[in-house]
Design a protein around this ligand. Structure first.
Ligand SMILES: Nc1ncnc2c1ncn2[C@@H]1O[C@H](COP(=O)(O)OP(=O)(O)O)[C@@H](O)[C@H]1O
Ligand SMILES: [Mg+2]
Length: 363
């Protein structure tokens, strides 16, 4: 079991990990997802002690490996790392690459290390390449060798940092298939990947990283189907978000309309849906709300590039809004005609108590 307590990692001009706590159980296969630069690699490097956290503690089976008084050489050997860039030794053959660490560091007899390396080569489907040099292999084959080399140390936990990102698309599948087999053996694994379907299919847990830490930790079903938090949802549905403020002093209707147009063009929203989004904005926000409310309205436009759906949300502070007072207006009837659903909600406790949500899709 790995326990992380209040881990922080600070660089001179970035603090990717602000305060991370988590427990990783034996046999967990954790997919780490999130936008680039959110500390996914840093998290794995700090757990595996390739880097020293600025603050906080990491325990492995109740031994604090961040405590300099503890000798962690043995524990470190039990943590395997697979990188995007393979890192094989070019002057050694495939079998020598795999045998090196077990012989040098674990003092395994050569014959035993050889037998074990051959077993692992068969497992990754490359027994025939034992005597080749890395240069003679494709990227997918190199990465399978790198995985075999990591397994030769019989690690208790394996960290894989974007193991397929450097590969030609035709070779992603063969590497994923080796990783999938590995995940099924019950090894504890953490894997950073941008391949969402793969991430989802092999793991029992997902860390979505954002805002300096593990922003949401859940089952694959939760994270991919019912995320609890906004940013997770935006990420997994690959939502493109545009936030606008209407009704302020600087507010300029024309420039907002053109901003929406550019946003739609940038995200390849189809022409009709672009028109619907603009219409929803003009009729709801401009015609109906701003004139009545005399307050700032925050407008959020979200477009899912996966589902080709758009959601326009208008939020504002103030007393409960009488939605019936606008429901007979031609503007409202028009929005009703183009949308899949319109809902109004008033939350007493919320800062922005009123909210109208319009859902639209590419027909
Ligand atoms: N060795 C380093 N020195 C300085 N800044 C770093 C270093 N490694 C990572 N960073 C910064 O920390 C942040 C997180 O990086 P990283 O963990 O690589 O993100 P991810 O893997 O999620 O893309 C980035 O802003 C990056 O520039
Ligand atoms: Mg990274």
């Amino acid at each position: 079991m790995i326990k992380i307590e209040h881990m922080k990692k600070e660089y001179s001009n970035a603090t990717p990990l602000k305060d991370v706590s988590a427990v990783i159980n034996d046999g967990d296969v954790i997919s780490i997802i999130g936008p680039s630069g959110t500390g996914k690699s840093t998290l794995m490097r700090c757990i595996s002690q390739l880097e020293k956290p600025t603050a906080g503690k990491v325990f492995i089976d109740d031994v604090e490996i961040t405590d300099p008084k503890n000798n962690i050489d043995q524990i470190r050997l039990k943590m395997g790392m697979v990188f995007q860039s393979f890192n094989l030794f070019g002057h050694l053959t495939v079998i020598e690459n795999i045998m090196m660490a077990p012989v040098d560091l674990l003092k395994q007899p050569k014959q035993e290390a050889y037998n074990n390396a051959m077993r692992l080569l068969r497992m990754v489907g490359l027994a025939g390449k034992a005597d080749n040099y890395p240069d003679e292999l494709s990227g997918g084959q190199k990465q399978r060798i790198a995985i075999a080399r990591t397994l030769a140390m019989d690690p208790d936990i394996i960290f894989l940092d974007e193991p397929t990102s450097a590969l030609d698309p035709t070779m992603v599948g063969e590497v994923q298939s080796v990783i999938r087999d590995l995940a099924e053996t019950g090894k504890t694994m953490m894997i950073v990947t941008h391949e969402m379907a793969f991430a989802r299919s092999i793991c029992n847990r997902v860390f979505y990283m954002d805002e300096g830490g593990i922003y949401e930790d859940g089952t694959p079903d939760q994270i991919f189907e019912h995320p609890l938090k906004d940013k997770t949802r935006q990420f997994v549905q690959r939502l493109k978000v545009l936030e606008l403020k209407a009704g302020t002093k600087e507010y300029d209707f024309r420039s907002v309309v053109s901003e929406i147009e550019q946003y739609c063009r940038r995200n390849q929203v189809d022409i009709r849906l672009t028109y619907y989004i603009q219409l929803a904005y003009e009729e709801l926000v401009q015609q109906l709300l701003i004139s009545r409310l005399n307050t700032q309205v925050d407008v959020i436009i979200e477009y899912s590039t996966v589902e080709k759906r758009a959601v326009v949300t208008a939020k504002w502070n103030g007393p409960k809004f009488d939605i019936d007072s606008i429901s007979d207006e031609p503007s409202f009837i028009m929005i009703n005609g183009i949308s899949d659903n319109i809902s109004y909600e008033h939350k007493e406790s919320d800062e922005q108590a009123n909210q109208i949500v319009i859902e639209m899709s590419q027909k």
